[in-house]
Design a protein around this ligand. Structure first.
Ligand SMILES: O=C(O)CCC(=O)C(=O)O
Length: 268
């Protein structure tokens, strides 16, 4: 895949820093989107690939398809998306943390409000997520919402509340700093297929239920700046790797996808 300059403006970087998320329209060409969807259909049709798969009430998740399917890998390594991640995170280089094909089936529940970082085995903050729409994603299908500025509120104790409470904004009020409670104004973002939104791993986010009869298909690429260290927390991506606490999360499972130094970038 040819390297093309990433379409990131200074305004988008500033907006990401201020709000903790940013929207990018039409990042994939129609050809890229169609090829990506075909590759995903091929990968998910091969049970023998042996990647992590989970069906839940909120969505179905296929994790790290990149590692076993070359067609998917070419799109996960897309230099355009990775360079956006690098510029938004203001880092020298970004690595792949993991990928997820995420399908909210008709009738699936809301994806509860949470931050990503407390769920991940990382000492430092800084990772970020690209949520790419593989189909047009509307409010009725359960598009994503973000709470602007919440990435500056530190790691919140999302996991300590009874299950279900965080399906509503009322639940979020129990978590956030007291002076923010009465001023929670989520922004909901509908995306056309081939468009995406990036969010910081500390940004509170949520997706509504799928109230349509069509699956809501999205693809998530989680990136991390170099130099993020392992905290010891269990995670499907790091569990098989026997990392020691404090060790940088690096190596072949976490390829460099964008760098100021082009020679460091991994090839799909
Ligand atoms: O796609 C969804 O419904 C939720 C996605 C999510 O939580 C995430 O990107 O971290």
């Amino acid at each position: 895949m040819a390297v093309s300059p990433a379409p990131v403006t200074e305004e988008q970087v500033l907006s990401f820093q201020e709000n903790g998320y940013a929207q990018f329209d039409d990042v994939l060409t129609p050809e890229e989107l169609s090829d990506f969807r075909s590759a995903l259909a091929d990968a998910t049709g091969q049970a023998e690939l042996g990647y992590f798969y989970r069906e839940g009430q909120e969505y179905t998740q296929h994790v790290n398809l990149w590692a076993s399917h070359a067609g998917v890998r070419r799109h996960v390594f897309n230099p355009k998306l990775a360079e956006i991640a690098r510029q938004l995170s203001q880092s020298e280089r970004v690595r792949l943390w993991h990928d997820q094909l995420i399908v909210k089936m008709p009738g699936n529940d809301p994806s509860r409000w949470h931050q990503d970082l407390p769920l991940w085995p990382m000492i430092e903050a800084g990772p970020l997520t690209c949520w790419l729409a593989l189909v047009d994603v509307t409010v009725e299908m359960g598009c994503m919402s973000y709470i602007p500025g919440s990435h500056r509120w530190g790691r919140l104790a999302c996991g300590t509340l009874p299950s279900g409470i965080l399906a509503t904004l009322e639940g979020v009020r129990l978590l956030v700093p007291e002076d923010k409670r009465d001023r929670l104004e989520p922004v909901t973002i509908e995306l056309k297929a081939g468009s995406c939104a990036f969010h910081d791993s500390l940004t509170l986010h949520y997706a509504g239920p799928n109230q349509t009869d069509k699956p809501r298909q999205g693809f998530i690429i989680n990136y991390m700046p170099n130099d993020i260290r392992f905290s010891g927390k269990s995670h499907v991506t790091t569990d098989p790797l026997n990392l020691t606490v404090g060790q940088p999360i690096a190596g072949e499972m976490f390829p460099i996808l964008a760098s100021r130094d082009q020679t460091e970038i991994a090839r799909a």
